[in-house]
Ligand binder design. Structure first.
Ligand code: URP
Ligand code: ZN
Ligand code: ZN
Ligand code: ZN
Length: 494
């Protein structure tokens, strides 16, 4: 078959690679035109005007989708140091071509918060979506949720069970939120830690004179994550709604998710790169600047939790990997010198996730390249699983957006703050050697990362609307009817 003849870099042929989708891998060429994948077939022939990229010996995969980021987010008296342009440029350099960021309300007002995030995202250089956080409850919040779902492409809402006094909601608010999400076909997400107990733990540890970053880990142990995860799961069961648990960091939490899934409940669990590969030892580093980098919530756990999270991911107990990219510079982290409670919570990862997961899980033989595609990209987009943008995103298929990466499994690189593209001045993976390098990233059909160079366009990123009532909601109404008909008829006593 011959391809187009005009000289135009919107026409690209990726030749000779191994195409990897979530279901299988196979040898094929990939032809892209005007931002869309047009053909995936062996031995495509090319005429003049088509840019040819040789992928012999390399993997051609869907670009990563990061379901959990915080760009330009005001939090704990600071604002994360990556805006939508710098954070997305970093993402593209690391093979991620779409992310879903958390829009925060302004003074509890969801629509105001959403509009402000839309403005902040105008300089975007890659495609993105939003989850909306719900941090209080009243009639206007419920109305705004409906508007956001029906008019603005939001299909998930995050509820914080921690951060007492700022973002945290009560169980009563959580229940109202879950009910409203269910009625709208939107997925409720929880940050699962017991916020009251965390506040108590923080005072206890601080009063013992432990004021450094290690106090962060000591004050909010994994049992508080397990408790909140269990509570959220039970409330979701009570309401009969699907549930998505963000940043699963501990065995305690994953065991609750495993139990619920085994019992047939629709619970999605998202570990993040840091939780999968790090342990909490760095929080004890005597250098505050080093230790504070690792402060995030729920905390990075003692060794053992990471291996269990990887096992849960490879066995399907957990479904997809995010980053919780929430970067603060060392000068911002310094706000918590002498009081760990004031260290802004968050770590980097948007640029590293794809490499870290490949190295930790594919190179070690825990998962196949197809599994890698599933947990880093497809699971996030697919309707049956989660955010309902498949097959536009998350697949190398004719008709899908041309968001692709080419990974060279034999090339080794070293991660460092000096070389990375995020604005953050540290890197929690400093000095890590990674085997398997994303040499090319294609976003919207344009080569944006090649030869270690970025070529991104400010403003080219598109807001991707996500539709409600993904397949996770199938069966919910049937289950409700079954529940109602199972109730014993009331007894009318004299
Ligand atoms: O430490 C974290 N995770 N910071 C970002 C806010 C959140 O809870 O996701
Ligand atoms: Zn031909
Ligand atoms: Zn959170
Ligand atoms: Zn987060």
């Amino acid at each position: 078959m011959c391809l187009a003849e005009t000289d135009d870099s919107s026409k690209i042929l990726i030749r000779g690679g191994t195409v990897v989708n979530a279901d299988r891998q196979f040898h094929a060429d990939v032809y892209i035109e005007d931002g869309i994948i047009k053909l995936v077939a062996p031995d495509l022939k090319v005429l003049d005007g088509v840019r040819v990229v040789d992928a012999t010996g390399k993997y051609v995969m869907p670009g990563g989708i990061d379901p959990h980021t915080h760009l330009a987010m005001p939090f704990m008296g600071q604002e994360t140091c990556d805006d939508f342009f710098s954070g997305q440029a970093a993402a593209l350099a690391g093979g991620t071509t779409m992310h879903i960021d958390f829009a925060l309300p302004i003074d509890g007002d969801l629509l105001k918060g959403f509009e402000s995030y839309r403005r902040k995202a105008e300089p975007s250089c890659m495609d993105y979506g939003f989850h909306m956080a719900v941090t209080t409850w009243n009639d206007k919040v419920a109305q705004d949720m409906e508007t956001l779902v029906k008019e603005h492409g939001i299909n998930s809402f995050k509820f914080f069970m921690a951060y007492k006094g700022s973002l945290m909601v009560t169980d009563e608010q959580l229940l109202q939120g879950f009910k409203t999400c269910k009625s709208l076909g939107a997925l409720p997400q929880v940050h699962a830690e017991n916020g009251d107990a965390v506040a108590e733990g923080q005072s206890r540890i601080y009063d013992l004179g432990i004021t450094g970053p290690e106090g962060h880990a000591l004050s909010r142990p994994s049992l508080l994550e397990g408790e909140a995860t269990a509570r959220a799961i039970r409330l979701a069961k009570f309401v009969n709604t699907p549930l998505y648990v963000v940043h699963v960091m501990s065995i305690d939490a994953l065991e609750e998710i495993a139990r619920a899934r085994q019992a047939g409940q629709r619970v999605i669990g998202e570990p993040v790169a840091s939780g999968l590969v790090l342990d909490d030892s760095k929080l004890w580093d005597p250098d505050f600047r080093v230790a504070a980098q690792y402060v995030m919530s729920p905390p990075i756990r003692p060794a053992g939790h990471n291996a269990a999270l990887q096992a849960a991911l490879s066995s399907g107990v957990l479904q997809l990997v995010g980053t919780d990219h929430c970067p603060f510079n060392s000068s911002q982290k310094a706000a918590g010198r002498g009081d760990f409670r004031k260290i802004p919570n968050g770590v980097n990862g948007i640029e590293e996730r794809m490499h870290i997961v490949w190295d930790a899980m594919v190179n070690s033989g825990k998962i196949s390249p197809s599994d890698y595609v599933r947990i880093s990209s497809t699971a996030c987009s697919i309707s049956a699983q989660i955010f309902n943008v498949y097959p536009r995103k998350g697949a190398v298929l004719p008709g899908s957006d041309a968001d692709l990466i080419i990974l060279n499994p034999n090339k080794t690189t070293t991660i460092s703050a000096k070389a990375h593209h995020s604005n953050i001045d540290t890197n929690i993976y400093e000095g890590w050697q990674i085997k398997g390098n994303i040499e090319v990233t294609i976003s919207q059909g344009r080569i944006v990362w090649e030869n270690e160079r970025l070529n991104v366009a400010r403003g080219a990123g598109r807001y991707v609307k996500m539709a409600p009532f993904g397949q996770l909601f199938d069966g919910i109404v049937k289950a409700d009817i079954a529940y109602l008909s199972s109730l014993k008829a009331p007894v009318y006593r004299k």
